[in-house]
Design a protein around this ligand. Sequence first.
Ligand code: CA
Length: 406
Amino acid sequence: MRRSANQDSYCITLADDREKWERSGHLLIVADGMGAHAAGELASRLSVDLIPHHYAKLNRGDPVGAIHQAMEEANSEIYRRGQANPEFRGMGTTTSALLLLPAGAILAHVGDSRIYRLRGQTLEQLTFDHSLVWEMRASGEVGEEMLRNNAVPKNVITRSLGPNPNVQVDLEGPFPLQNGDRFLLCSDGLSGQLTDEEIGILLGSLDLDMAVRAMIDLANLRGGPDNITVAVAEIRGDELVTKSVLPTPPPEDRPSYPIGFGIAGVVCALAAVVLLMVKQIPLAAVSVAAAFVAGISGWIKMMKFDSSGDRSARLGRGPHRKAQCKPSADFVKQITGVIQELQEWMVESGVQVDQRELDAAIALGKRETAARNYKQAIQYYCEVLTAMMRNARVKADDRDEESIDY
Ligand code: CA
């Protein structure tokens, strides 16, 4: 609502067949550029152009290594372009990349553009914001009170692609994929205006297109001070679901094996010493052999345990935040309040709408609210909200307001 330029960029690269998906997965990226004038736009566009390109080129069976390196390559290129032209000096961009692979979801990210996962009614932020607020909270050097009072500016980010010759990329995952999982990537234009709970309720109550539309409309109605980009993905169908990558036996049983063999080895060795002391030489020899076999077996088990441990190794410490997102009377009230304000504004500014159609949806929303079917009520009210915003945008376009760009 306030910006004449869009410094956000995104890309969605879907594997077009099964073999490609198994090798490279689906790739979604959101990037939020920073820098004067065209610099931010250029930085975020370079990021979403370069990363899929380098990823495809570098991926030779190690997608995690390839996405990591692709981010570093993009950083070098954006840095180089920034150095070459004074207009673009110091330009940077956040970049959050989500890879959906047979092994699960892998995330590579720099900056404060977020990646969430909604499973049931639980929304988890899988990325760590590289912002001053998050870093200070993690360091434990400032109290919650100071952070709440906005003593620390919210929009200062501590890491991005481009301003420096080197960058530290965070990797997270793999997060196993389940049928019905919904992933959401967004720039801070969304997460700065909507709470995690609100994002989760909208994402969980609406179909994907409507959820994205309603989130952007709501963020704009709250002032829309920044560019807003939202990308969503839903895991549908069993072939995308992550099959178990761990060999049997289950992980909690495995550590006991090497320990068991170790104990057996020590007992046999002690028995051998005792038998030697009482001059039972043949029995002592058997005990020594048994201790040896137990020791070797334990060692082999331990090596196997180690290597399977590597295969299932988790990157990063995510999820970093969790919110329960149950459709509620409070949230319905929020939405109806916004609708009411918007209606008043539309009457004042003479925006034409088909009021009968809206009234019908509002009546249905009221009925569902009364019956405490909040999810259905949210669906009806969001239809109303997005329809009104569609009309408001037409009106704004008529007035030739360059600040609204859809
Ligand atoms: Ca932004």
